[in-house]
Design a protein. Structure first.
Length: 427
């Protein structure tokens, strides 16, 4: 039989068993999974010294066998007479440290934070440079400047914010938070613009040169505040402290922002006021001091925005975002003033008393906006003289209301000279 015939006769037999042989030899069965009782294999990371690199280096074995030797030398370097250097020793040492040991080393290098820094969580931690804005002291909230500032910028409720600041000073980290600390920094910037330090004390006046330096310093603080507003997302996250930050910083940005940037920021702040005061829950402030303090905080924010927009944007002829209908709808959510009120309601009643006339003036300015300065009025061929005459008469009534405020009892909350400053400023 020829070799060809032999090979052809045996080929079918071999091919018939070929798939089975292929399965058993080429693709062996997969090993069974490790049972839960079976211990895991300990994985060891071997590393070579600078001379060995890709070769098998016994440096780690020698170090583990004799940890007291300190600096060990591998066998290859000993034979060749080379200096054995572990290039990754520092990196491996850090990775091998547990969290507690690593924190101890960080504390030994950098030290602990000061007591004041731990007490007040600084919102400037993300800045690459140190802050140029001083930290307010407790004496600041008892100073004459702070009382005068509340008359000029009544968006801050003295009872609510002072209580939160003193709680934070005692060690409560949740009393202010990062946004509340940012609001403190805005108030400190206002104090600097008037030549007052962080304790509420006036700084020595040094003439025109000192005024110019003070203005440059205020602008530098305003730039830092704008950077912090971006870092903390104040413009896209409406909060009660954040909206006060936006409304209070606006007058300070005249020299550090373009008119378009200021307008966009101001309209965002007004929209946040509307969102918070109309959509947020009445109890969302949660000051911990009662219903009337929460209502005073909400009312001061809305009234401040409504009055400021009416007097400034209304007389200039810009676009008004808040309407008198919004004001009426908001005031229906405020608690009524009864005969038997708790002591915490004093701040609320004073806020209502001293906001009544400015709100009336804001309404008058909005009437002037509709009759004379607004976009619709500018497109008309004739001026609405009747509406302007009515606005003029309302201004006379508002003047008389301001005069009557001088004779009302103020108690211990507002001094008579502060009332005179308030009345004279509006007149």
């Amino acid at each position: 039989m020829s070799p060809k015939s032999d090979s052809s006769s045996t080929c079918p037999y071999i091919l018939s068993f070929h798939p089975l042989l292929l399965q058993l030899t080429v693709f062996p069965p997969a090993p069974s999974r490790r049972s839960s009782a079976q211990p895991k294999s300990s994985r060891q990371q071997f590393s070579a010294c600078g001379a060995c690199r890709m070769l098998r280096c016994d440096l780690k074995d020698l170090q583990n066998a004799n940890p007291s030797l300190g600096h060990a030398t591998c066998s290859n370097c000993q034979e060749r007479g080379l200096k054995c250097v572990d290039e990754f020793a520092e990196i491996k040492a850090v990775k091998l440290l547990r969290r507690g040991r690593r924190l101890q080393q960080v504390e030994a290098v950098y030290g602990k934070a000061a007591e004041e820094e731990r007490r007040y969580p600084s919102p400037t931690a993300s800045l690459p440079h140190s802050s140029c804005i001083p930290r307010l002291r407790p004496d600041f909230f008892r100073s004459p400047f702070f009382s005068a500032f509340l008359i000029q910028r009544p968006i801050i409720d003295p009872l609510e914010f002072s209580w939160r600041f003193f709680e934070a000073h005692k060690g409560s980290t949740d009393a202010l938070g990062s946004t509340g600390m940012l609001l403190c920094m805005v108030i400190a910037t206002w104090a600097t613009s008037f030549g007052v330090n962080e304790a509420g004390e006036p700084e020595p006046h040094g003439g025109q040169h000192a005024i110019r330096i003070r203005k440059e310093r205020t602008n530098m603080m305003a730039r830092e505040l704008l950077q912090l507003i971006d870092l903390h997302g104040i413009l896209r996250k409406p909060t009660w402290d954040g909206v006060r930050v936006l409304l209070l910083i606006m007058p300070l940005t005249e020299d550090v922002q373009t008119p378009m940037e200021r307008l966009a920021m101001y309209e965002a702040a007004i929209n946040q006021v509307y969102t918070l005061c109309s959509l947020a829950s009445v109890t969302s402030i949660n000051s911990g001091q009662g219903e009337y303090v929460d209502a005073a905080v909400r009312a001061r924010i809305f009234w401040y925005a409504h009055v400021h927009e009416g007097v400034t944007t209304g007389l200039r002829g810009g676009r008004l975002l808040l309407t008198n209908e919004d004001l009426a709808a908001f005031e229906t959510t405020l608690p009524a003033i009864g005969t038997h009120l708790p002591s915490s309601a004093m701040s609320y009643t004073l806020a209502i008393r001293y906001a009544k006339t400015p709100i009336r003036l804001s309404t008058i300015c909005r009437e002037i906006h509709a009759a004379l300065t607004g976009p619709k009025a500018r497109q008309c061929d004739e001026i609405d003289a009747v509406q302007l005459h009515g606005a003029w008469n309302d201004l006379g009534h508002a003047w008389d209301e301001l005069e009557n405020l001088r004779h009302l009892a103020t108690g211990d909350f507002i001094q008579p000279q502060e009332v005179d400053r308030f009345v004279n400023g509006w007149q």
